[in-house]
Design a protein around this ligand. Structure first.
Ligand code: SF4
Length: 281
């Protein structure tokens, strides 16, 4: 049975939570962070998909100011359109549409500046434009790439893959709090799992990956080692067993996790959980 990469990080966080969601079909109430996270994923996907169109539209030398305003126009329109598309979900978590724009725009603007700078430097260095500029430009970015593997029994959607002449680099885009050092364990597992899926799909080796903490505007690297790969294999087996055996796991030990958990009410309501259990047995 194939499992998803997001299940691995959920299992690592709390196996009981994964059981409640996937076996007992308990749904987490909509959260502001989830709605904003989904919106950001959509807009980053659009940004990546539209990159070729923007780059090939530059047919002659232009100044940096002109280039950044081209990006800003494109991205601000796209953000407004995505907010309108998601307006019912946004309303469910009681945030105003203008507020969503104000909170999301700085992240999108930063992305525009990074891309405009990269392209401007490329134009200066190679003096090429239009389709030639696009052909030569690195890194190329693949977004929201679906990957799956019969061998690993794993599937997932990778936020972003940057393709350099030297190889493929998976990048996870994360909203919310960043750890003081390194990356959160669940994020590490995701990056390593995606690296393994990329290796199989593109017949290559992936030695590193990154997590981009969008709110903190910081990107952190992870050098992938054999222990991490083994951890992913063990987690896949753990999730498969959890789904197959249908045994409700105990509460997680770290009560801070429970304090922030969207399923806390159901999880600690023994009669509600007991009522759901016979349905699967
Ligand atoms: S409340 Fe705690 S034990 Fe229950 S699902 Fe959430 S994190 Fe796990």
């Amino acid at each position: 049975m194939k499992v998803s990469v997001s299940m691995l990080s959920s299992y690592l966080y709390c196996s009981r939570k994964l059981f409640l969601q996937k076996v007992l079909a308990v749904e987490e109430p909509p959260k502001e962070s989830l709605v904003l996270g989904t919106l950001r994923h959509e807009i980053y996907d659009f940004i990546n998909q539209s990159e070729e169109k923007i780059v090939t539209s530059i047919t002659k030398k232009i100044q940096y100011g002109e280039l950044i305003s081209l990006y800003k126009t494109f991205y601000s329109r796209a953000l407004r359109e995505r907010i309108i598309k998601n307006k019912s979900k946004i309303k469910e978590v009681h945030i105003g549409l203008v507020d969503v724009f104000k909170r999301t725009w700085p992240l999108i603007l930063e992305e525009a500046e990074i891309r405009a700078k990269n392209i401007f430097d490329f134009m200066q260095k190679y003096n090429i434009y239009g389709s030639k500029l696009w052909e030569k430009l690195t890194p190329k970015i693949i977004s929201e790439q679906r990957v799956d593997s019969d061998e690993l029994q794993l599937r997932g959607i990778i936020d972003r893959i940057e393709v350099y002449e030297s190889g493929y680099v998976p990048i996870e885009l994360k909203t919310g709090k960043m750890p003081k050092e390194g990356i959160w364990p669940g994020h590490r597992v995701q990056v390593v799992a995606y690296a393994m899926l990329i290796e199989e799909r593109f017949k290559t080796s992936v030695m590193e990956g990154f997590v981009r903490y969008l709110d903190a505007k910081e990107t952190r690297q992870i050098a992938i080692n054999p222990f991490m790969r083994e951890e992913v294999i063990n987690l896949i087996k753990g999730v498969q067993e959890l789904l197959k055996n249908q045994q409700l796991p105990d509460y997680c030990e770290n009560k801070n996790k429970c304090a922030n958990c969207g399923l806390k009410q159901t999880c600690y309501n023994e009669s509600e959980v007991s009522a759901l259990l016979p349905e699967i047995q």
